[in-house]
Design a protein around this ligand. Structure first.
Ligand SMILES: C[S@@+](CC[C@H](N)C(=O)[O-])C[C@H]1O[C@@H](n2cnc3c(N)ncnc32)[C@H](O)[C@@H]1O
Length: 294
């Protein structure tokens, strides 16, 4: 299993941004810096956000030279604060933004780090906060949210068909569920069948992660801000892995197009090529979309 992040839609997303050298671009989801590196390689100035302090620490070391030359501005903040942070940097530096890139979800580094609690790879605390400044962890949700709401959460954010039975098993557990191994075990008691090679607890973990980090509302808050900071002719490119994420992007893009504020760059979302899927099976649910501001 690959333990380092493989950037999805690397070439396609950079091409879609269509930046001339020297332009300013926002990488709203820095992660391990795969997209940022490609943007720097084509002489863009990058303002990169990540909510995760570990990602920012790693990035500050790796890109020390670009940061000192003001080719890269690394911001430890949610992309839902995009406008205020971009304005702070661009006003000081007299820059205009020509592109914004979103690559939603988690990085492989986050998933592989047992102590962050994002996955059942190894045992760790059920945390799942992307930003450890957030107050509520996944284990708090399991303890505090009533069974019916838990069921809805697993169904809505995870598409989990065993949502009701899993919520019941969690609530009836003789001990509070506070670790990733306990949660995986609880799900396996309800359903132990892998479908399409995917671990039975995958959807429950995904649903909890989305809830802990308020991921869908973060996207809803960020998209209009990305649009506002963009100059005319600038582009927003989005890579989504979850249907809920992609739906928000699709609807927002359609709304801008309907009122002639922007034009979509393709009719349908782009899916990963066979070659990318072979190289990186994690790309299987990825969808790429782009829009240009008019
Ligand atoms: C799929 S990874 C991005 C990978 C990156 N494009 C690369 O090539 O390495 C998603 C990243 O977005 C970050 N993230 C998720 N939600 C965020 C938010 N609301 N604000 C800022 N960063 C966020 C995560 O911490 C994670 O590092």
């Amino acid at each position: 299993m690959n333990t380092t992040h493989q950037t999805v839609f690397l070439n396609e997303s950079i091409e879609l941004l269509n930046l001339e050298p020297g332009k300013v671009v926002v990488d709203a989801t820095f992660g391990t810096g795969g997209h940022t590196q490609a943007l720097l390689d084509q002489q863009s100035t990058v303002i990169a956000f990540d909510w995760d302090a570990d990602a920012i620490t790693r990035g500050s070391t790796r890109f020390q030279s670009e940061i000192s030359q003001k080719k890269l501005f690394l911001v430890h903040e949610s992309f839902s604060k995009l406008a205020q942070e971009v304005e702070r940097i661009t006003i000081n530096e007299n820059l205009a933004v020509s592109g914004v890139l979103f690559d939603f979800g988690t990085s492989t580094e986050q998933l592989m780090s047992a102590e962050r609690g994002f996955s059942f790879v190894g045992d760790g605390p059920l945390d799942m906060r992307m930003d450890t400044r957030l107050a509520v962890m996944a284990k708090d949700i399991l303890a505090l949210v009533p069974e019916k709401q838990l069921e809805l959460l697993f169904r809505e954010f995870g598409g989990e068909i065993h949502a009701r039975a899993i919520a019941k098993a969690i609530k009836q557990s003789p001990v509070p569920i506070t670790t990733t191994a306990q949660l995986a075990e609880c799900v396996l008691k309800v359903n132990h069948r892998r479908s399409g090679g995917i671990h039975p607890a995958t959807k429950v973990f995904q649903a909890l992660r989305i809830a802990v980090n308020g991921e869908l509302s973060e996207i809803q808050l960020a998209l209009p801000q990305a649009f506002d900071v963009l100059e005319k002719g600038g582009r927003i490119v989005s890579i989504a892995f979850h249907e809920g994420e992609d739906r928000i992007v699709k609807q927002q893009f359609a709304q801008w197009e309907a009122c002639n504020k922007a034009r979509k760059l393709q009719k349908k979302a782009v899916q990963p090529s066979e070659a990318e899927l072979k190289d990186n099976p994690r790309a299987r649910s990825a969808k790429l979309r782009g829009i240009e501001k008019l």
